[in-house]
Design a protein around this ligand. Sequence first.
Ligand SMILES: NC(=O)c1ccc[n+]([C@@H]2O[C@H](COP(=O)([O-])OP(=O)(O)OC[C@H]3O[C@@H](n4cnc5c(N)ncnc54)[C@H](O)[C@@H]3O)[C@@H](O)[C@H]2O)c1
Length: 363
Amino acid sequence: MSKSIEVKTSQKNYTVLVGSDIFEDQIKEVADSFNGDNLFVLVDENVEKYHSDLINKSFEETGKNFFLMTVPEGEKSKSVSFWNTCIEFLLENGVRRNTPVFVIGGGVTGDVGGFAAASALRGVPLIHVPTTVLAMVDSSIGGKTGVNHSTGKNLIGAFYQPYKVIADISFLNTLPRDEWTNGLSEILKYGAIEQVDIFDKAEIFLQHKIEEISKDKLIDLITDCIQIKADIVEKDEFEGNIRAYLNFGHTFAHALEKECSYQSISHGEAVYLGMLAAIELSNHFGAKLNPDKLLKFRSLYHYRVSKEELSLEDLTDHMKFDKKRTSQYIRFVLLDEWQSPILKEVRSDDVIHQAWKVALDEL
Ligand SMILES: NC(=O)c1ccc[n+]([C@@H]2O[C@H](COP(=O)([O-])OP(=O)(O)OC[C@H]3O[C@@H](n4cnc5c(N)ncnc54)[C@H](O)[C@@H]3O)[C@@H](O)[C@H]2O)c1
């Protein structure tokens, strides 16, 4: 079974294909649709380690020359210096305006590789092959590419839409369990802001063994999430208004990640606590949300940080000094009710501290 979603943007319209064991055929099909003799491949180190036979065989079968570069795993690859390494790899090997660049990996590889494709020759065709749950449901969709700066995450980049996205769930067989949970947080986010039955569909993540998850149910869930993101991107490509709803839980999460120096908490773990805090804050302003919808997944999160190590004041200060903030007050994505997100500026530190307390009680 495979499903496709059309993403419509001002830059271009493109297809996201979600399926199992679709990689080989898709590489051939996409390669055939370009005239030149060359292809470029940027691949995450761990994906290459586990899937090099499939990757090499698939690109060999295209009959074209392919230049492959490994992207070292981890956030450190989302740097200006590694972006420069990607650019040198493309330019020194003769990339042309119509040479496709396949970027195979999680959000890190997708963001830095996508930014290299956006900037080499002012843009070459980019094909995202997301290999983490997070990259499939979130980062490969919508055109945000970029790298980090020493003063903050994702501060350098471009909106650059891909030519196609190929989400083959068979790559997930080698994904560590904690990385599945990382992606789950973004899935639950979609449940909260747009489609509440996602909380039920996501129960497949509670399965004792990941390999027992039904492929069809997983494809169905991933497709639902991509459709939600595609719809939001279509309405607000450059994050002028409703695209910000995708940041539900993320204002708290970014502060937590910063306070933990991006070491002792993962993005997904931080987003999960951030959503609990956002639910508490929403309830303070009159919503009647039962956090059990999220809490039933609590056992999947294994925190390495304790609440005693965290200061409510410091966490709140991180939110106040966020570099992307545009107003004097902290603006949160909250919920009036499930599936009904709103943007709200909150001026009282006490109210924010109370939301933190409730979330951090989970540690
Ligand atoms: N562009 C966007 O819209 C957007 C949205 C959300 C997040 N992001 C970015 O995405 C990044 C996080 O992405 P991520 O969670 O995918 O992390 P990641 O890319 O670091 O991948 C997580 C880990 O899984 C490994 N891995 C990837 N695929 C694998 C596979 N199939 N089998 C085994 N191991 C595999 C990687 O080597 C890495 O160790 C962050 O930098 C974040 O800022 C971007």
